[in-house]
Design a protein around this ligand. Structure first.
Ligand code: ZN
Length: 415
């Protein structure tokens, strides 16, 4: 091959960047339209090939690299390292069909710039810090003029009144300015229409009102903001690592309206903390016709814990015991229902019973949120990575089994 040389190169950041520059399919890109999409957060940098092996068998667009600033801080990684892991996975698996990278839960313009400069193709704007912030901008006349109009979405009629519009404006005016500034950063880097933008309000204290979603959609359209997906906060609880908690009929009623608004405006409904929510998957599938984005992250870490429990029970016992000391600090970052007294003890458990802890809600949440301290502990993190690297195929198989349940449950068809 004239002009080309073949050689063995280390999996360095420099070589990953070089690969992305020369082979387009190894770099993150805007996702194709018309397919459901699925986000796989890989907190270890080891799960991506497993994710790919499963996802490439389904008609779904994958986000391989997806981390929040919170996850990066807790694992001590950078966006670039997360994207590098995805690049190597694509190369390893011979995958050529494209993937995205999601800078998840970005709360400030500085975080947006960091993510975009690192090469993410998708930004997820978390509005929780700007919602309700004061602003000088008066309510646009186009919004005020909607007062008195009745709009119908999925059988629910919404009459827009001046008070509702005023309430929306007070809550969202600073958020809209943030979204516009963030989109400008993306556009400057990637060019118009060459990135995916998600707006998320799932980690706000209140369930998202349908009327607020509708007004936000209208205002984004009026301002020319190209929305890929929207993550409302739904009724009930989407807690980490466990199934949906709440009234399924209430969820279904609210989800139907949000999904109808999203379809009307041409974007997807995004389901955050979407792992293990098997009870709601049929509703998401039937009410969106595949027009959804599903986000998962910690569930792949829990499958790693399962492999350690199966293959290295002594290490698992050390991790599980140490996590008791990590738990109170970890609870500051994650809202979960589990308290320390709920967590099952290892006393009397035989080695063969250890993987069973990954079937119980309290122990799942306990391990789910303590990942950062576990991975950073010098006596635990490197040993855990070593076990997973030596049990690579077992980890991929565990992920495959778990993700098939998600993809099948969400009605995603096989290729
Ligand atoms: Zn979220």
């Amino acid at each position: 091959m004239e002009g080309h040389t073949l050689g063995v190169h280390p999996l360095s950041a420099e070589n990953a960047a070089h690969l992305r520059a020369s082979l387009p399919h190894t770099r993150p890109a805007k996702l194709p339209k018309g397919l459901p999409s699925f986000g796989c957060g890989d907190r270890l940098g080891l799960a991506n090939p497993g994710h790919l092996r499963t996802l490439k068998q389904y008609r779904v667009a994958p986000i391989l690299a997806q981390q929040s600033i919170r996850e990066l801080n807790l694992t001590g990684r950078t966006f670039t390292q997360v994207i590098d892991a995805a690049t190597w996975a694509v190369l390893q698996e011979g995958y050529r069909d494209g993937f995205g990278a999601d800078g998840d839960h970005l709360k400030s313009l500085e975080e947006v710039k960091l993510a975009v400069e690192s090469g993410v193709s998708m930004i997820t704007l978390d509005l929780s810090l700007v919602l309700g912030s004061p602003g000088a901008e008066p309510c646009p006349s186009e919004l005020q003029d909607l007062a008195g109009r009745t709009l119908s979405y999925h059988g629910e009629c919404m009459t827009l009144d001046a008070a509702g519009i005023d309430g929306f404006w007070r809550t969202y005016r600073a958020a809209l300015a943030f979204v516009m500034a963030a989109e400008a950063v993306c556009r400057a880097k990637h060019g118009a229409g060459c990135y995916d933008l998600e707006i998320s309000v799932d980690e706000t204290p209140h369930t998202t009102l349908a009327v607020d979603h509708l007004l936000l959609a209208l205002e984004c359209r009026r301002r020319g903001i190209d929305v890929f997906s929207m993550a409302p906060r739904f009724p009930g609880e989407f807690q980490k690592g466990i199934d949906y908690r709440g009234d399924l009929r209430e969820f279904e009623a609210a989800f139907a309206v949000h999904a109808a608004i999203a379809a009307e405006f041409g974007y997807k409904i995004s389901v955050h903390s979407g792992s293990d929510k098997f009870a709601v998957f049929p509703i998401v599938a039937s009410l969106t016709g595949g027009g959804f984005h599903e986000k998962t992250a910690g569930t792949s870490w829990l499958e790693a814990c399962r492999v350690v429990a199966q293959r290295s029970p002594d290490l698992f016992r050390r991790i599980y015991t140490a996590a008791r000391g990590f738990f109170p600090e970890a609870k500051k970052y994650y809202h979960i229902v589990t308290e320390l007294p709920d967590v099952p003890s290892l006393d009397g458990l035989a080695d063969k019973d250890l993987p069973g802890l990954l079937e119980q809600e309290a122990s799942r949440q306990y391990l789910h949120i303590t990942y950062g301290q576990i991975l950073r502990a010098p006596e635990l993190g490197p040993a855990l990575m070593q076990v997973l690297e030596s049990q690579e195929e077992a980890y991929y198989l565990a992920l495959d089994k778990h993700f098939r349940r998600h993809l099948d449950g969400l009605g995603i068809t096989r290729r």
